[in-house]
Design a protein. Structure first.
Length: 129
């Protein structure tokens, strides 16, 4: 009987021993900060209006970035997410979004792009054709 109890309690003891390991803490060590993202998303209105002008396609806007020395790694299309009046000639809220190197953000802003983080309601989708 004693040997049965010993055999049954051994796995429990092993499991509990694994949980009792403590690791030293270093109160003076600086807390780890999350890594700074290497890319940031920027957007610009394509300039399209309801019932009319389709505006500038995403590749044309990407070219504006590239010609200014900004490295573009990805592109999306979408909508700014804001409600709009349904009226021919009124802006439709279409945007083009680009992933760029973090170091290029100031240059992108200088030529009229804005950080996507400022547009919380944006809805993105792949660009057509």
């Amino acid at each position: 009987m004693k040997s049965t109890i010993a055999w049954l309690s051994m796995p429990v003891a092993i499991l509990l021993a694994g949980c009792s390991t403590s690791y030293p803490t270093f109160p003076d060590a600086p807390a780890k900060q999350p890594p700074i993202p290497q890319t940031v998303q920027v957007y610009k209105s394509v300039g399209s209006v309801q019932c009319g002008d389709p505006g500038s396609p995403a590749p044309e806007l990407a070219l504006q970035l590239v010609e200014s020395g900004v490295s573009v790694s990805d592109a999306f299309c979408g909508h700014d997410g804001m409600m709009r009046i349904a009226q021919c000639g009124a802006p439709d809220g279409a945007i083009a979004v680009f992933s760029i190197a973090q170091r290029d953000l100031a240059e992108a802003q200088r030529i009229g792009f804005s950080p996507l983080s400022e547009l919380a309601s944006a809805q993105l989708e792949p660009c057509n054709g």
